[in-house]
Structure formats: C-alpha cells, structure tokens
Design a protein around this ligand. Structure first.
Ligand code: OGA
Ligand code: MN
Length: 285
C-alpha cells in the first residue's frame, strides 16, 4: 500500500489497498498506527458492499448498533442521505435534512454514550458535484495551542454530553421523546490522555456543560477553549472522490459535514462505528 500525508496535523491517504482482501493482520496494525498518529485515514477506491464495509470495520473492534431514531437503527450501519425511497430529494424541513444540518456542527460520534466510540468509517456512495466536504479538526493540535494556565485549569475537568443539547438548537422537536429516554446525559473527561501521540480535547456539539460549574462559568470556560478551535490550519477538509472510505479517531478529532453547493444533489454515505473499550472517565494512562 502507498501512503501520502495530507493535512498539516491530520490525514493520510492510502492507495493500492483492497480492504476486502486483507491477508495479513500486520496491515490492520499498520492502519491502526496511522490512525493513532494522523487521526484520519482515507482509503481510496473502495467500491465495497455494506457487508464488506462491516467486515473490514470489525478488524478494529466490535461495532456499535445504530441507535433509535436514526436510519439503520438496530443494525451496524448508519445511513446518511438527503432523499427518500423513491429517490426524491426531501424538503429542508425533513428529519433527514435536519439531522444532516446537525452534522454540520463540530462533533464526535457518540460522545453522548457512556462508552463513546473509538472510530468511525464512512463510505461515499453518492456525492454531489460541488460542496458536501467533510471536515476534521485536530483536537490534539487545539490542545497544544492552549496557553499553559488554561491547560492547568482544564486538566481534570469533566463535561456533560447530551444528545439533545446540540440537536435542540437546530429544531426543538428534532429529538424525539424516545431518543431522549434512550440517551440520558453522560459524563466525559475534557482532556483525553491515553493516546501516545499526546493529549487531546474532547468536546463537540453534544457537550452541554462543565461538571460542577454554574452555567455562566461553564459557558465562559467552554467559550474560552473554543476560540482556539477557529484556526483553519488545524482543519483538514476532505473533498470526496467516488469510493473513498474514511476512518477517523473520534477521540482525537471533531468532524462536521459542510453544505452542498448550488443545486441540492443526492448524497448518500454509509457509516460503521467501532465501539470504545472504556469510558473516558475510566481511561487508563
Ligand atoms: C458522520 C458524519 C459527515 C458527513 O457520518 O458521522 O458526521 O459529511 N458525517 O456526512
Ligand atoms: Mn458524525
């Protein structure tokens, strides 16, 4: 396999690999190492079926089952699309489109779960001709850019992550009572320390507040940190090519969808999510 570095802090591209025909566990270890160091791995030219996608993903750990209220619920796949069964683009007020809008906020997949995911693998099935990039923000680089006094303040802080938090800002009715019931808020460490390449910040759209602080102080602290995320140098913006398969480390980057430009064309992506092994609260380091 051929490897090229992409962004300044994150992203490598792999060519000449067939994920449906991996003979040697060494290849999986090598990809895991690349993911640990560069946080985002793009494998080009993988025209794979859903079963092949699942099989490859399972090399990296057990897969999450898709939560209630999401397309693919109960299976190992999440389906992201902006059109209905008949192939018609759905209106902007449709749940699918609103959920796509929610994906345009920086987030970490399933940070709202007690044991949040380790990585996600997203396969491009149909991509629009303009826009619809997926962007990744290096939370290790953000952490490294913080002033020392701020690093000290946040070192052992814990945050609440709540699925309803970010979604409710998009539309108060987007989160169903069933989702609310299934997904109570959970606590996560703010600074993750178990990656051998350095500490990283664990934030994103599901993060609602800092534990043990009043609303005002919590908002102030989070806003203070968030100013350091506004730096394009820390972002890798992926322009999708047909049959790209992207893997990312949910504990090292935040990611977001970006709008389709011009006329809305069909976009279809399929994702698997590798479950984490420990809660961030109990991570060993
Ligand atoms: C996801 C996601 C962004 C995109 O699959 O988890 O956030 O650009 N996708 O589709
Ligand atoms: Mn996501």
């Amino acid at each position: 396999m051929k490897i090229n570095k992409l962004g300044a802090f994150i992203g490598v591209e792999i060519k000449d690999l067939d994920v449906t025909n991996i003979q040697d566990k060494k290849v999986i270890n090598e990809i895991s190492e690349l993911l640990s160091e560069f946080s985002v791995v793009i494998i080009r030219n993988q025209n794979i079926s859903d079963d092949e996608h699942i099989r490859f993903s399972e090399f990296f750990g057990e897969l999450e089952l898709t939560k209630v209220g999401t397309d693919g619920s109960g299976s190992k796949l999440i389906i992201l699309r902006n059109f209905d069964e008949d192939g018609n683009i759905v209106p902007p007020s449709d749940r699918q489109r609103l959920n796509n809008l929610a994906n345009q906020e920086w987030h970490s997949d399933s940070s709202f779960k007690k044991i949040p995911s380790k990585m996600s693998l997203l396969s491009a099935k149909m991509i629009p001709s303009k826009g619809g990039n997926t962007e990744f923000l290096s939370m290790r680089a953000v952490y490294n850019s913080l002033p020392d006094d701020l690093k000290l303040i946040i070192e052992d802080k814990v945050c609440w992550h709540d699925y309803s938090h970010g979604r409710s800002k998009i539309d108060p009715n987007l989160v169903t009572p069933q989702e609310r019931k299934a997904l109570p808020p959970v606590k996560q460490k703010l600074v993750l320390k178990s990656n051998k390449h350095g500490k990283s910040l664990y934030l994103g759209a599901h993060c609602s507040k800092v534990d043990g602080m009043n609303e005002k102080d919590s908002a102030e602290l989070l806003n203070n940190i968030l100013q350091y995320t506004n730096d394009q140098k820390l972002v890798y913006s992926h322009v999708w090519e047909p049959h790209d398969l992207i893997m990312w480390d949910n504990r090292a980057v935040l990611h977001r969808a970006t709008p389709i430009k011009g006329k809305v064309e069909k976009r279809l992506m399929v994702r698997t999510t590798v479950a984490g092994e420990t809660s961030t609260i109990n991570e060993s380091f």
